[in-house]
Design a protein around this ligand. Structure first.
Ligand code: HEM
Length: 207
């Protein structure tokens, strides 16, 4: 591993503000979502309260997602989310090998963090899938459930609302799993807390 200490400014203020808001809202949405799902007999949050809080937090999340999307469209942060398809599978495999073997042998990371390359291939893949597929899916299906009048009545004989509900639950479930893995991976920075600090002050610390 590199022996020198490096501090790279990777997370501009708007990303940090979006990320904090987003993480907090996701936690609220997961807790209230589970309380709605398992409402019988009684859960952490009362059903009626859980529904109101879930709807409000979901609406704020949709607005903050729109700001993230616009931010990525108009600033250079969006560049980190553009995948170079050629050889991507091999690069993901190399990173996977590092996470499962290399890291335990104290090898150098195959894709060290630089100002021009802030994500390794596995991070890039998961952040793109999350921010351009799963999160939009959970928001759109959530809007479809909040305003049933805009939801298609039936899809090939099945209830449109049921299918929207299924999509919403599946996407919410996958985002919850992402969040658990995400937080675990955030602990394997220079020190267990350095990556969390980087989302507060903007500076990434390299090994
Ligand atoms: C309490 C929950 C969370 C914590 C502690 C956390 C922590 C972090 C940290 C430390 C980073 C910077 C290191 C890195 O790039 O890997 C990061 C980046 C990121 N996180 Fe999280 N996160 C949380 C929840 C979430 C959620 C719920 C989402 C999305 C639904 C999310 C999406 C992202 C994205 C997209 C980035 C990269 C942002 C960029 O630089 O463009 N995080 N997170």
């Amino acid at each position: 591993m590199n022996s020198h200490n490096e501090r790279l400014y990777l997370y501009p203020v708007w990303i940090r503000v979006w990320h904090m808001t987003n993480a907090l809202l996701c936690l609220i949405l997961i807790i209230t979502g589970l309380s709605i799902q398992f409402s019988n007999p009684s859960t952490v949050v009362k059903f009626k309260v859980a529904v109101s809080v879930h709807n409000i937090a979901g609406t704020i999340l949709a607005i903050s997602y729109a700001l993230f999307f616009i931010g990525n469209l108009f600033t250079r942060n969006g560049v980190f989310y553009v995948i170079e398809v050629k050889g991507f599978l091999n690069r993901m495999m190399a990173q996977f090998r590092y996470y499962t073997i290399g890291i335990f042998r104290n090898e150098s990371p195959p894709f060290p963090v630089t100002v021009n390359s802030k994500f390794n291939p596995l991070q890039q893949f998961s952040y793109v899938a999350l921010m351009y597929a799963l999160v939009p899916l959970v928001i759109l299906s959530g809007l479809g459930l909040l305003y049933p009048e805009i939801t298609v009545n039936s899809i090939m004989g099945a209830s449109g609302l049921d299918i929207t509900d299924l999509i919403h639950l599946a996407a919410g479930f996958l985002i919850t799993i992402f969040m658990c893995i995400h937080i675990y991976f955030c602990t394997i920075g220079k020190t267990p807390t350095s990556n969390f600090k980087s989302m507060i002050d903007g500076y990434h610390e390299s090994h």
